[in-house]
Design a protein around this ligand. Structure first.
Ligand code: UN1
Length: 502
């Protein structure tokens, strides 16, 4: 595997992955490739002692980093983006090999990192505060944004590198230092990124403690969420995990950015361009083997086009190439592991038990690796199983008659991440985007639910957690706002005209 060598992560990788070689770990976790279930390498698990060391190093690095002008921090991020461009292909391959998404998506994920670097470089000159007119004479009032300190980033296996970058690159230009806990299912991706970033820091004579990596399972995550030295935790993952993180961090009055599960739907209206709708649906439902938080899970189809859509989907699903994700002809790679397959199988049984019908696929393929045939099922929106996010390529088909009914079904779940409507009817489209329409953080017309660009704020409502990452003004969540009032006169007028003479 040439790309492992290029990235300097070939073979067994002892020691903790913080880049501090003198601290070797006793415990290790293994990285497996879902393509055939083989072990690729082992990575050291961060011990409590190492964790505390990392926090101290981060703290020291903050003193350096926060005092650098923001555009100079932007310059470091620019260099990281440049290195990611150089390593785009090997990194894309590693993402594919360790996580299982097809190579096109692996490359896309690295591109997403490059894009956020570019965005963050610009942002480093745009950490704007407002100026206000004071009610008092000879006073000036304005606000400034200061960094928070250490930002804890907990990311999931499905986007093993990009989610870190949306948080880390924005937080970095804001002046924060980072401690990243990647998924224990994709530790090598995190190590590869850490190495690239460490190189840039070294070339610039900056401490590696600006970007830190810790490795491990729940335990390491708990140290972070309980740690008062970390003012902000940004966590991506399941709703169950997010509720725990939210509770723990709230109990110490820390801040969180939560980006949790979705139960994303596409409404296909009778006014849709059906071919476009179907293409978007298939990419949304089977892309990343149904393991994106933005994956299309529910299809709400107008009754007049229901049969047509169902038949087209069945025929496309029959021809989807499933297999080695590094093979350019493959459209669907493996799921992450056996547990993921088991959960999918359980969900398929539940569908039938609740009265639904699996009309296509679902079965694991008889091969090494964790391959399944993506499934189509006819269901009712209120089924318990439909109300849940099953992190697998199962697409639920449902029928509607009126737009009201479609929107009600659409919003009738606990999650609120991404949503889409396919229609060429302007009234219907505007209605979907209006206050009475989709209740999600992302709402699209004539594009699917997944594959959001980094320029917009990414995240969702309800049990999706409410956090926003990436573009727009998401940077504000990584900073503390300070309101400043400056009296340049020689008297001391009080606000609200209060008279207080001493
Ligand atoms: C995720 O699955 O956690 O919109 C994020 C998308 C990607 C990000 C998905 N840009 O599908």
């Amino acid at each position: 595997m040439e790309f492992l060598k290029t990235l300097g992560i070939e073979g067994i990788n002892p020691g903790t992955s913080t880049g501090r070689k003198h601290m070797e770990s006793k415990e290790t976790i293994s990285s497996y490739t879902p393509t055939d279930g083989e072990r690729i390498a082992t990575v050291g698990v961060t011990s409590r002692e190492q964790y505390d060391h990392v926090v101290e190093e981060a703290h020291k690095a903050f003193e350096v980093w926060k005092n650098m002008p923001a555009p100079q921090r932007g310059e470091i991020v620019r260099q990281i983006g440049q290195k990611l461009r150089e390593y785009k292909e090997p990194l894309g391959k590693l993402v594919t090999y360790e996580m299982g998404k097809i190579y096109q998506e692996g490359l896309g994920e690295v591109q997403e990192m490059i894009d956020i670097c570019d965005f963050a470089v610009g942002q480093s000159r745009m950490l704007y505060g407002k100026t206000m007119h004071s009610e008092r004479p000879e006073h000036r009032m304005y606000e400034q944004w200061h960094p928070l300190g250490i930002v804890g980033i907990i990311s999931a296996f499905n986007f093993p590198v990009a989610v870190w970058s949306w948080n880390a690159m924005i937080a970095a230009v804001c002046g924060n230092v980072m401690i990243w806990k990647g998924s224990e299912k994709t530790p090598l991706c995190a190590v590869a990124i850490q190495k690239i970033v460490a190189k840039v820091l070294k070339e610039n004579d900056l401490p590696e403690g600006i970007f830190n990596l810790v490795t491990g399972d729940r335990q390491v995550g708990e140290w972070m969420t309980e740690d008062e030295r970390i003012p902000l935790i940004s966590a991506t993952g399941s709703i169950r995990m997010g509720k725990e993180v939210g509770k723990t961090v709230a109990s110490r009055l820390g801040k969180t950015i939560l980006e949790l599960g979705g139960n994303n739907a596409i409404i296909i209206s009778e006014n849709a361009d059906l071919e476009m709708a179907i293409r978007a649906t298939v990419f949304g439902a089977v892309g990343t083997c149904g393991q994106r938080c933005t994956s299309t899970r529910r299809l709400i189809i107008h009754e007049s086009v229901y049969d047509q859509v169902k038949e087209r989907l069945m025929s496309i699903y029959k021809n989807i190439t499933i297999g080695d994700p590094l093979d350019e002809n493959t459209l669907v790679g493996p799921m992450i592991d056996q547990d993921a397959i088991d959960l999918m199988q359980k969900a398929l049984k539940e569908i039938e038990r609740e009265g639904g019908k699996v009309i296509y696929g679902g079965e694991p393929l008889d091969e090494d690796g964790f391959y399944v045939r993506p499934a189509l099922a006819e269901v009712q929106n209120h089924y318990n199983i439909v109300q849940e996010e099953t992190f697998a390529p199962i697409l639920y088909l449902m029928k509607y008659k009126t737009t009201e009914e479609a929107i009600e079904m659409h919003n009738g779940v606990k999650q609120g991440l991404s949503s889409a409507m396919f229609t060429l009817n302007m009234r219907e489209a505007e209605r979907f985007l209006s206050v009475g329409g989709s209740d999600c953080g992302i709402a699209n017309i004539n594009i699917g639910t997944s594959g959001a660009e980094i320029g917009g704020a990414f995240g969702g409502e309800k049990e999706t957690g409410g956090g926003r990452e990436s573009g727009s003004d998401s940077w504000k969540a990584y900073m503390r706002r300070q309101t400043n009032t400056m009296n340049w006169g020689d008297s001391l007028p009080l606000a609200q005209g209060i008279d207080f003479d001493v």
